[in-house]
Write a protein that binds this ligand. Structure first.
Ligand code: BGP
Length: 482
């Protein structure tokens, strides 16, 4: 991939756009045959920015029995289910690509039916038709922090190997139906966060001790690796033009000091983050994990062909989310708030209202490191600022968001000049949506304000913020006018 020319511009086919996830925007949680998902049993307050939190087996039972959306914001989303025609607003900004996820439980309500739910498929037919109208390319995530709750009740989700076949039945169904319509797919959103045992990713383990939890989480992740590789095989057979990628929550970390112990600790923290992409892009478990697994008494059960499958079907491209960086100090357990990452505070960086450390240069570093390591095209599929926006006289002056995005896009351009192959950029949450970590509405990312509060009150009206017009000009000038 060596190119002799130095370029400091975004490629002409650079994919500008935005990203959302079904459970954070759709709503319509019990309409047209849809099954309940793991995201829709999480209450606001189950997890906040100061704690990783979790739901319990009892709270899940109570949620399943509750027929209302009062306590569960992800059942409401921002009613994209009825507002999907508003992708017109994305078109108005000039989007080339829209990343969204298809909810497995809308198509297979229990997760493992033989036949799909026709009404669920019809919804995604409509969304794709609408995008096609505006020549916006879809980038579809197959699993974004949710799965059918029925499978977690029956099998404890991904802990059980049978989930692989159920998932691959779902992926085969959508690959066949949308052949030629979806140029880019992603398998598991932020696959690495499975290591924290979020209930949304499909394993309930709150009653187990730490060591037993680690064991089942790595086992569940192994099943996801295999399912992801098998999905890659399916897609290449069904729709050879389409490309499929992995998705990592990139947690770039810096050593706290030049102390070799800190540098080593930071390298090890980095390996624990890149491990997932190493498996999915290089097609094998990296050697450094042997030592980690041995020291943590983890034994992954593999079926005879698993390693062959991983080796044969690596992903076509690598995508990741980028919000912040962390600092690693040898022997320290100090933590700062963040995008699920736990590390020390960095005195050189400012933080968002939710304590996430803002680090545009870190994005350039992350891009260079990942390109050097994998030599596969990269795609930034999430980046953005969660902030409290004020609506005054029908307007939102969000210069802080513009500033955040401008700085990150500037560093992307620097990375491209460094020689990184970058396919595109989908900022997170182009329209305000329900926060993943806190289930709040008041943590807003959008270019488009959605009139709804944390309790679900509001007209759901969509209002363009100042950043809407700014991003429009960024896309129009292909990144020249920032
Ligand atoms: C990522 C998730 C998204 C999204 C984003 C922002 O971790 O993939 O689903 O929500 O972070 O996080 P939050 O919503 O917690 O602010």
């Amino acid at each position: 991939m060596y190119k002799q020319q130095l370029t400091s511009e975004f490629p002409t086919d650079f994919l500008w756009g935005g990203a959302t996830a079904a459970n954070q925007v759709e709503g319509g949680w019990n309409l047209d045959g849809k099954g309940l998902t793991t995201a829709e049993v999480v209450r606001k307050g189950d997890r906040d920015h100061a704690s990783m939190g979790d739901v319990t087996a009892d709270s899940i039972k109570a949620a399943i029995a509750d027929p209302t959306d009062t306590a569960y914001p992800k059942r409401r989303g921002v009613d994209f289910y009825h507002h999907y025609k508003e992708v017109k607003l994305f078109a108005e900004m000039g989007f080339k690509v829209y990343r969204f996820s298809m909810a497995w439980a809308r198509i297979f309500p229990q997760g493992d039916e033989a036949q799909p739910n026709a009404a669920g498929l019809a919804f995604y037919d409509h969304v794709l038709a609408e995008l096609a109208k505006y020549h916006i390319q879809p980038l579809v995530t197959l699993s974004h922090y949710e799965m059918p709750i029925a499978l977690t009740q029956k099998w404890n989700g991904w802990v059980d190997r049978r989930t692989i076949a159920a998932f691959n039945h779902f992926t085969e169904t959508v690959f066949k139906r949308y052949r030629g319509q979806v140029p880019f797919w992603l398998t598991f959103n932020e696959i690495n966060t499975g290591i924290w045992g979020f209930h949304e990713t499909g394993a309930v383990d709150t009653d187990l001790d730490k060591q037993a939890q680690l064991q089942i989480r790595y086992q569940a992740l192994h099943h996801q690796f295999v399912a992801s590789a098998l999905a890659t095989k399916q897609l290449h057979e069904i729709d050879p033009q389409a490309k499929i990628g992995c998705m990592l929550a990139r947690m770039q970390t810096y050593p706290a000091a030049p102390d070799p112990q800190d540098v080593l600790a930071a390298q090890q923290a980095d390996q624990q983050n890149l491990f997932f992409t190493d498996v999915q892009a290089r097609g094998a478990y990296p050697n450094y994990m042997n030592r980690y697994f041995a020291e943590h008494q983890i034994k992954i059960k593999m079926a005879t062909d698993d390693e062959k499958i991983l080796a044969q079907y690596p992903v076509d491209f690598i995508s990741f989310s980028y919000y912040m960086t962390t600092v690693t100090r040898h022997g320290s357990t100090a933590t700062t708030a963040g995008n699920l990452a736990l590390g020390e505070a960095n005195p050189y960086l400012q933080t968002s209202a939710w304590g996430w450390q803002i680090d545009p240069i870190g994005l350039r570093i992350a891009l260079n490191e990942m390109w050097d390591r994998y030599q596969k095209p990269l795609f930034i599929v999430e980046n953005g600022l969660g902030a409290v926006d004020e609506l005054v006289d029908g307007q939102v002056h969000d210069d802080y968001r513009i500033d955040y995005l401008r700085q990150h896009i500037t560093q992307m351009r620097e990375a491209i000049t460094d020689g990184v192959a970058l396919l595109g950029y989908t900022m997170w949450g182009p329209l305000d949506l329900i926060s993943f970590s806190t289930s709040e509405m008041s943590k807003r990312y959008g270019f488009i304000y959605v009139d709804q509060d944390d309790t679900g009150n509001g007209s759901l009206r969509r209002i363009k913020k100042d950043s809407f017009y700014w991003y429009q000009q960024v896309i129009q000038s292909n990144g020249a006018k920032l």
